[in-house]
Design a protein around this ligand. Structure first.
Ligand code: CA
Length: 218
């Protein structure tokens, strides 16, 4: 069963979410400050992390930044209502999604389910299909030879279908936070992907958002 780590200093809220998750059949770990949360996250064994932004010890953004140097586990940030900056920096920092407090528990559960369902199972976007288990990408059933990085980039884009991905966010999600190479790597790899999965098949799913980044749409 999937184990979820809750990093949240409001203990009553953490307990409330824990009970709901247990009821849904998940296993749960909790941490009440950023440092403990990061330690537990790095120890591994979780399928997904719920990460509060305002935390004692290390704040949520810093936890995320350090975690992303080692792990691409799905992270849903819990942000204060209307804290637009939190959302933007969270997604820039490699968060997969965010939920604003106070949240409806059903909304949170739905997002968690969506991520865990998508994580290991085959994804598709129109004529493109991706299987993260075998790491095979195919168009109309024809397998495409992709490098590890190309696959990871495509997978991240398809996993976040219809959500614009900034270059910085893609770099940290796919290359890792400690990446110190060229920032145009994303553009270079997008070009590789277009050459391999779009041009030969007359497909158009990877769209450039000028000055921002990229989005995959059917
Ligand atoms: Ca908090």
């Amino acid at each position: 069963m999937d184990r979820i780590l809750i990093i949240e200093d409001e203990e009553r809220l953490a307990r409330f979410v824990e009970l709901e998750l247990l009821h849904e059949g998940y296993e749960v770990d909790k941490a009440f400050d950023g440092r403990e949360g990061l330690d537990k996250a790095l120890a591994g064994g979780h399928a997904l992390i719920l990460l509060d932004v305002m935390l004692p010890g290390l704040n949520g953004m810093e936890v995320l930044r350090r975690l992303r140097q080692h792990s691409d586990i799905p992270v849903i940030m819990l942000t204060a209502r209307d804290a637009v900056m939190d959302k933007v920096s969270g997604l820039d920092g490699g968060a997969n999604d965010y939920v604003t407090k106070p949240f409806a528990i059903e909304e949170l559960l739905a997002r968690i389910r969506a991520f865990l369902r998508k994580k290991g199972v085959a994804l598709s976007c129109g004529r493109l299909s991706l299987d993260p288990e075998s790491r095979v990408a195919a168009v109309d059933g024809t397998p495409i030879d992709l490098t590890r990085r190309e696959f990871d980039l495509l997978h991240h884009l398809v996993l976040n279908k219809d959500i614009v991905q900034k270059r910085d966010g893609l770099l940290s999600a796919v290359w890792g936070y400690d990446y110190s190479g060229e920032t145009n790597s994303v553009d270079v790899y997008i070009r590789y992907l277009r050459t391999k999965i779009e041009e030969p098949f007359g497909l158009k799913i990877i769209h450039t958002v000028r000055g921002v980044g990229y989005v995959v749409r059917e």
